[in-house]
Write a protein that binds this ligand. Structure first.
Ligand code: PEP
Ligand code: MN
Length: 338
């Protein structure tokens, strides 16, 4: 339920109203805009009498939010949310490129790639330490050692690090990770989402292989409901009948999510296509469709990568891509934070 308040109301009247709602186990989130103040009500609002609320003297209007996601809903939070990451912030007009290898493989590999992607203009460094692989016989990641190598690369380059978590029991290992990624395969790991909701840290939530936009927003709602408002959504391609590409990039999800929600949306063209030559056109299309950023896999030697080599750009290819991405982001009116 969203309550629009009249202008020029007294603080005491507002507090009394919020107290009355709290007494009925309803939480009220105050959103102050330039011209209006609104209250987002969360809880079992079905039992509230909408006509009774309409009659409260300070209330201008009240509407029920039909969608099952509340805190993730733009109706609750009309302005874009901005997720602070180190010296940067993602969303609300800022544009960022996150880049790095699929998996952290060695000190030399992550240091080389980090230096190159930073020089090309990426602001955040990605790299998987715990890898969700289809086969148990494939490389599973360097695990805790991989996190140490990422920290080392962060010290060398100053880039905040983004890496995937798969298990609630690993949360202590991720304490100083700048952005925790929840991968597509864990988008509906609700126990994990609940725990991440108790952290004060940005969470990059990737859309599941076969999940709808509404399901993605409901997963974001789990994190937001726990109190963590720093959620960044990621469209990374969905499974369709097409087999020529690894997944199908759902470009329409970008404007759709931005209309339905206030959360930043970034796009992963690498996992979407599974083909390095398609990363450039998909990156540009994603920025043109309104993405707040991109996450792109880069490897110093894609042919010998331990995971996702075929979709990884070389540092030289990434160098060639970045000016085009920046030009498109500027065309779209984004601020490129550096
Ligand atoms: C990844 O980022 O390397 C990854 C495994 O992504 P996704 O969860 O989107 O498949
Ligand atoms: Mn990958």
């Amino acid at each position: 339920m969203v309550v629009t308040l009249k202008s020029n109301i007294q603080e005491r009247q507002l507090n009394d109203f919020i107290q009355w709602l709290n007494d009925q186990a309803i939480e009220a989130k105050i959103i102050r805009g330039v011209h209006t103040t609104i209250l987002g009500l969360v809880g079992d609002t079905a039992q509230l009498d909408i006509n009774l609320i309409r009659q409260v003297s300070i209330v201008e209007d009240v509407v029920r939010v039909q969608e099952p996601y509340k805190k993730a809903n733009r109706k609750f939070h009309p302005l874009d949310t901005l997720a602070p990451v180190g010296p940067f912030s993602i969303g609300a007009g800022n544009f960022h490129v996150i880049s790095g290898p699929c998996s952290v493989e060695s000190e030399k590999q992550i240091e080389t790639v980090a230096a190159r992607v930073k020089a090309a203009g990426a602001t955040l460094l990605r790299g998987g330490a715990f890898k969700p692989r289809t086969s148990p016989y494939s490389f599973q990641g360097l695990r805790a050692e991989g996190l140490d190598l990422l920290r080392h690369a962060r010290r060398r380059t100053g880039m905040p690090i983004v890496t995937e978590i798969m298990n609630t029991s690993h949360i202590p290992l991720f304490e100083d990770v700048d952005v925790i990624q929840v991968g597509a395969r864990n988008m509906q790991n609700f126990e994990l989402l609940k725990e991440l909701g108790h952290l004060d840290k940005p969470i990059l939530l990737k859309r599941g292989l076969s999940n709808t936009v509404e399901e993605l927003l409901m997963s974001a709602e789990y994190i937001l409901a726990g109190g963590n408002e720093k959620v960044i959504l990621c469209e990374r391609g969905i499974r369709t009948f097409e087999t020529a590409t690894r997944n199908t990039l759902d470009l329409s999800a970008i404007p759709l999510i931005k209309r339905l929600s206030h959360l930043p949306v970034i796009v992963d063209p690498s996992h979407a296509a599974g083909l390095s030559w398609m990363v450039e056109p998909l990156s540009l299309a994603a920025v043109a469709a309104g993405a707040d950023g991109l996450i792109i896999e880069v490897h110093n030697d894609p042919e010998h990568a331990l995971s996702d080599g075929p979709q990884s750009l070389t540092p030289d290819q990434f160098d060639a891509l970045m000016p085009k991405v920046k030009a498109m982001a500027q065309f779209m009116g984004r601020r490129i934070e550096e």
